[in-house]
Design a binder for this molecule. Sequence first.
Ligand SMILES: O=C(CO)[C@@H](O)[C@H](O)[C@H](O)[C@H](O)COP(=O)(O)O
Ligand SMILES: [Zn+2]
Length: 203
Amino acid sequence: MGIVSAGGMVQSDIRSATEEHIAVFSSMEDVAPQIEALGERLVACIRSGGKVLFFGNGGSAADSQHLAAELVGRFVRERRGLPAIALTTDTSILTAVGNDYGFETIFARQIEALCGPQDIVVSISTSGNSPNVIAAIERAKEIGAFTAALTGKDGGRVKDMVDLCIRVPSSVTSRIQEAHIFIGHVLCDWVERSVVGDGDVRG
Ligand SMILES: O=C(CO)[C@@H](O)[C@H](O)[C@H](O)[C@H](O)COP(=O)(O)O
Ligand SMILES: [Zn+2]
């Protein structure tokens, strides 16, 4: 029996969470071709004047904001700001659109307003089944934007909707999210490296 912490978790629980995490990360090479494909797409999009739109719910909303900030601000290299936006941050838009048209529309409406055919949308959903995420992908497809998804579990409905799906091979939401932010960081590194090369690393 391990030491009981304030939250009631025992050391064996921490060990099994760690083992789960390592197992997921050990299988990450299986999705390397898709990560590479999305990296190349993002670079081509930004080079040709497009932008990246991220969205998702809960932890994936946090990931969206985190990744947009890496591109607009800095990942590790000094360079110009890169065009990215998270559709999860403007509480006036989220509450007005959610209140007036329904929660399912909170991302789709912003896609309609902000996304063009030259852009890439990156949807983040562990289940791949969140209705507001699905509605936004549908809208982005109508507009003609390139659609990508970070998912987990069985990939959900979004798996067969998007142009490029990166499915983390786990059924545990938290483990999937840990892999999503890792993939996001790899992509930011990829894009930044392509924009400025290897020099002038600050972070
Ligand atoms: O972070 C977590 C759980 O780790 C939660 O906030 C989680 O993101 C929320 O339950 C989301 O609504 C789940 O949505 P999705 O990943 O299935 O699209
Ligand atoms: Zn979480």
